[in-house]
Design a protein around this ligand. Structure first.
Ligand code: GLY
Length: 413
């Protein structure tokens, strides 16, 4: 048996043993392990109201804590929220969630909290040691620009977005045509997740204008085009991490990441691809990026039936495998955006239906339970199963669930 197949089989067996039993799960015809509700239906306004009320209730005590530490997540059976410092890649998600709750409640207390948490995270914008500034600064600052009534504070948020764009741009490598994600197995590497950080450069570059703005926009766009050229396999699935030779810019090959295998399709990586490419296409109108978003979305749809939630890796076909509900929440954002860009109406409808039905599942008691002692919102997420083989709630899944629900609301009203 080839190494990859053997590794996937072993991981599947380990998941089965950990689960102890077969879940009441269904498996799609294309053999990704998925968990499906008995009734598959688009999300409703009542569900959206319930999830936002639950988020406000759960996050209120967290929002009162010191803003030197940022909520990260909690393992399934934990009642304590783990935190990260300012430089953790997740530091921007809780601030972003406070903006989304403020918008939903229109309560000035949440405006104060959103401002305070955003102020706490913005200083990281000048740090050039990470590629994740789109998550850390771009996301909460863009929500602040959209929702803060204060013109002065909106200017501060835009300044921080520019600083973060310049920091990210300092990691540019002209030979590869991308900014560095990290060092993987001692090699210069790119990660699929970085598709979510590139749109910050495009947005800010377009707002700034002039030659500096044009360079930021060009680099953000080129980064996404390089990802589209190198990360998407012929079947539409994506690699998680790739290494490059910086003397020539040539791809040297896949390296282990958060998926089951360097050659498998890590579920969250696939969802980062859909949403990142869709944002790039929306911002630039680039047809290659639109095709990349559609190809990666079509692969997702071929593996995840409407209303169902996948295992953490789309190549795992063992019922009972650990889930990644955050991948579904992220994919829902990407599919809703992609539906607005796709001219083929049947295809656009398929993307919208997939997103709204998966949100119907995520907003149900099974995935966002009202009474769970776990301090997070969206349950059955996974972070990095090869290292941490358990489910939990995590700040990114919570934020992207709230964001997808706010996008969904006008579509179902
Ligand atoms: N960017 C890391 C992750 O998605 O887990």
């Amino acid at each position: 048996m080839p190494g990859r197949a053997r590794r996937l089989l072993l991981l599947g067996l380990a998941a089965l043993l950990a689960a102890g039993t077969f879940l009441a799960a269904s498996t799609s015809a294309s053999a990704t392990a998925t968990t499906c509700p008995t009734t598959i239906a688009p999300v409703t306004n009542e569900q959206i109201d319930r999830v936002f009320a639950l988020a406000a209730k759960k996050f209120q005590p967290l929002a009162q804590r010191t803003r030197k530490r940022f909520p990260f997540g909690a393992a399934q059976n934990s009642t304590a929220m783990d935190t990260t410092n300012l430089r953790g890649w997740t530091s921007g998600f809780f601030p972003a969630s406070t903006w989304l709750i403020y918008q939903n409640t229109n309560n000035p207390r949440w405006l104060d909290l959103a401002r305070a948490w955003t102020k706490a995270v913005l200083p990281v914008a000048s740090w050039t040691g990470t590629h994740d500034l789109g998550f850390m600064v771009g996301l909460p600052a863009a929500l602040g620009v959209e929702l803060d009534p204060s013109a002065k504070l909106r200017t501060d948020y835009r300044k921080a977005m520019l600083t973060a764009s310049e920091s990210l741009s300092s990691r540019w490598n002209a030979k590869v045509g991308a900014f560095k994600s990290g060092e993987y197995d001692g090699q210069w590497g790119l990660i699929m997740d970085s598709a979510m950080n590139a749109p910050l450069l495009i947005t800010r570059g377009q707002q700034l204008g002039g030659s500096r703005g044009a360079q930021l926009e060009q680099r953000g766009t080129q980064h996404l085009l390089t990802l589209a050229r190198t990360f998407i396999r012929p079947d539409g699935s994506t690699y998680h991490r790739l290494a490059f030779d910086t003397s020539t810019g040539a791809l040297t090959g896949p390296v282990p990441g958060q998926g089951a295998d360097p050659d498998s399709a890590w579920a969250r990586g696939q969802s980062w691809a859909i949403y990142g490419f869709a944002q790039g296409a929306a911002l630039t109108g680039d047809q290659t990026l639109l095709a990349a978003a559609q190809t990666t979305a079509d692969y997702w749809l071929s593996k995840v039936p409407n209303g169902c939630i996948p295992a953490w890796d789309l190549d795992i076909d063992t019922p009972g495998a650990l889930h990644d509900s955050s991948a579904s929440a992220i994919a829902a954002n990407g599919l809703l955006l992609l539906a607005t860009l796709t001219t083929d109406q049947a295809k656009a409808e398929a993307y919208r239906t997939a997103a709204l039905t998966s949100l119907g599942t995520l907003a149900s008691e099974e995935w966002t339970p009202t009474t769970s002692p776990n301090p997070g919102l969206l349950q059955k997420q996974t972070y990095n199963v090869p290292k941490y083989d358990y489910e939990g709630s995590y700040s990114w899944g919570d934020t992207y669930l709230l964001q997808a629900l706010r996008t969904a609301r006008p579509l179902i009203s």
